[in-house]
Design a protein around this ligand. Sequence first.
Ligand code: MG
Length: 370
Amino acid sequence: MKILRIEVYQVFINLAQPFVIATDTITAINSVIIKIADDQGNIGWGEAAPQPVILGETVESILACLDVIAPSLIGKDPRKIEEIVEMMDRLILRNTAAKAAVDMAIHDLVGRAWGEPLWRLLGGAREKIETDLTIGIKPTGEAVKDILKLLKEGFKVIKLKVGKDPEEDIERVKAVREAVGGEVRIRIDANQGWTRQQAVHALKKMAKYNIEFVEQPVQALDISGLAFVRQAIAIPVMVDESVHQPEDAIRVITENAADYINIKLMKSGGLWKARKIAAIAEAAAMPCMVGSMIETDLAITAAIHFATAVTNVKFGDLDLGFSLRPKNRLVEKGGAEFSEGYVIPSNKPGLGVVKMREELLQGPVNVYEQ
Ligand code: MG
């Protein structure tokens, strides 16, 4: 098997309403999509979703990075994923969203060639995983109304975005707990928005509302701050923005800075490195969650395959667009589906995507071939 051709596209999908987190306000999904074809007639799809504030990548930087990587992929055997991942790291540092697109497309292609869905090729731990539903920062009344409506869709876990104003955050968490009752699990995500002192203050007040865990209470690079907050509160701490690569996981573990790690393909550079993070965490008895960035359902499908494949992934934050409410879906048929609070990857080969809405793709903006 040899990689023959790589096509690069752009996709732009508006959200039904802005999605607000502590560090950003998002109004659209703006991704780079790649299609890799081999010499046997197999293809694979991949997505790079830039989130400049977290990843330091933009659409333009992803296109430039693919310009560095793609020519070296032509002629390579896609089955040699470890070799390809190492090669990408040798060619260019970081740029993990761009690398994730390549990693995802190669996994999809190899899965299709071998006739197996990725969740089974990568480990096959389970056939579905429970997902939470994420609610962005919005006025309390609006948040409660949205949650009560969406709980009817089958969600049993809510992830509330916080981190802008600690007092308002405490009020919102209280109102949501009172509205949903004791059965629904609540997680919160501060997206680096609090100082150490604000985090300790807010989380001590919130403890009585039975919070499952708090994601990224303080800044990504403040690892000792995470350890400080974790020591001071009873709610478990999950790192998200602090851990991109396997090396980051080691640091968080050795500094006792977290209870859980949130793995995302755009931070890890794809499925291959995500597995390494999950393995490192497992060896430290640290369960993981799998989440997503501002991505189309193509990349979320890849994350669902990963989350279901690996035993040490205990939590899912993969609601397939219920939170972001994109005006369009890129996957028209196949991929993954949502049912009764769970997401289920397809049993079709690779990512299981049967049909893409290719009319949404702009381009190809670049083509690489032999
Ligand atoms: Mg997060």
